[in-house]
Design a protein around this ligand. Structure first.
Ligand code: ZN
Length: 138
């Protein structure tokens, strides 16, 4: 299955942007209100809300900075608890403060996405990508 994937370098840049997004007081407040803890000021890990293994893309609106403890919890939670946490993450990712940040960083984000899209187009032209995902073969 193909997923939206940035180059290693650009993914590092995107992760730095997500850290910057969570690092500011007005968004940290929203994060706290919705998720129940502050985003980690140092360390922590970037999580794909829709998991990479489920085709979740390297896009800013699918990424969130979590403490090690919370990240561990998401990946070991029961399905029900995971769904609850994911609903909170999505609600944070679509809150006004994050939307504002997103529009302020639109050009920067689109520049990163464009490279990945061009790569994909190139692969398609060279026939390196299946026309349909495997599960849609029949
Ligand atoms: Zn994760």
């Amino acid at each position: 299955m193909w997923r939206f994937k940035l180059s290693k370098n650009n993914y590092e840049k995107l992760k730095a942007l997500v850290r910057d997004r969570e690092g500011y007081i007005s968004r940290a407040r929203e994060y706290f209100n919705i998720i129940g803890e502050l985003p980690p000021a140092y360390g922590g890990q970037i999580h794909h809300v829709e998991w990479r293994s489920h085709g979740g893309g390297d896009r800013e609106d699918n990424l969130i900075l979590l403490s090690f403890q919370l990240h561990d919890r998401v990946h070991s939670a029961s399905r029900k608890e995971r769904k609850e946490l994911e609903a909170k993450f999505l609600s944070y990712l679509s809150c006004g403060e994050v939307e504002k940040w997103r529009s302020e960083h639109r050009e920067e984000l689109e520049a990163l996405y464009r490279v990945a899209e061009e790569e994909m187009e190139k692969k398609k032209r060279n026939g390196c990508l299946p026309k349909k995902p495997k599960w849609a073969a029949f």
